[in-house]
Design a binder for this molecule. Sequence first.
Ligand code: PEP
Ligand code: MN
Length: 364
Amino acid sequence: MSHDKVESLRKQLDEINLQLLELINKRATIVQELGGEKSKQGVNKFDPERERQMLNLIVENNKGPFKDDAIRHLFKQIFKASLDLQKDDGKKVLLVSRKKQAEDTVLTIKGVEFGGKAPILIAGPCSVESYEQVRAVAENHVKQGLRVLRGGAYKPRTSPYDFQGLGVEGLEILKRIGEEFNLVTISEIVTPADLELATQYIDVIQIGARNMQNFELLKAAGRLNHPILLKRGLSATIEEFIYAAEYILSEGNQQVMLCERGIRTYEKATRNTLDISAVPILKQETHLPVFVDVTHSTGRRDLLLPTSKAGLAVGSDGIMVEVHPDPDVALSDAKQQLDIPSFNKYLEELIASGLYKSEQLISR
Ligand code: PEP
Ligand code: MN
């Protein structure tokens, strides 16, 4: 075959490719138009009977050299791509998504910016056990210039025989201390019936890992006008986590923050596996503040500092860590809470790392 002949055949192929391109795109436009009509009429876009008719007509008219099977395969791909195109069209942009809101959501609570320029440390005991216990932590917060205090009043425990929390009495302690020390308080609520009441006691309502897909709780939290900190479920994918946050926003409450707290894997060296890459993914995909809970993810005191640094280095808006005046006698998570001197050392080292800016520290 002469060089000229090859060139001429190649030219013909290029032309046919372009014609095919134009035709399949023209076909796609008609499919989209048809999809629009079907939506208006409320009928399903995928019609297997119609697909079968189209394939039969094509195969009946097939003169080769392609075999019928090959033709069927090729056209099925074209049908599928056209159908997928319609799915993309209809995909709802989530309220939590960066596509919906390009700028970061910043929540200002008692003058503290969550998701703002400076990272925040959310620290406090696992459980609220007594006024004196929480007060000891709060006094240290003020000395260290911290503004955000956590403490569980309702504890969703693995065993029903473990300490379940002080309930409303715990919320009362948090309210009293929050007011006395001008601290932002965060506590978990586990049932929709307690949400409304909780807004009178605490500044941020936490929805814990075990309730991340408690959709009735999420919807009820969505009907509040109160900040919510939503933790990732133990076995939840990032997509499921994002949809859980969407439940809250879809009901009207836009004051939502996310918290990566480790997921369950086969690894036993840590209590859970901290999914550090979830942080930049959540920051990219959503406009919500993202925190990293280093206590429940690692379950190890020796890992609190390095994982806090990691969390801040990958762009989290802050860290959650547990501190207790006397962890040995704590009613929950005794093993991994820091005592106050160790907490202060941890804080000092975190500041020295340069990752935790002291802008939020009011009395330094
Ligand atoms: C907590 O923060 O007190 C807690 C129980 O955490 P998680 O829901 O992440 O297990
Ligand atoms: Mn705990």
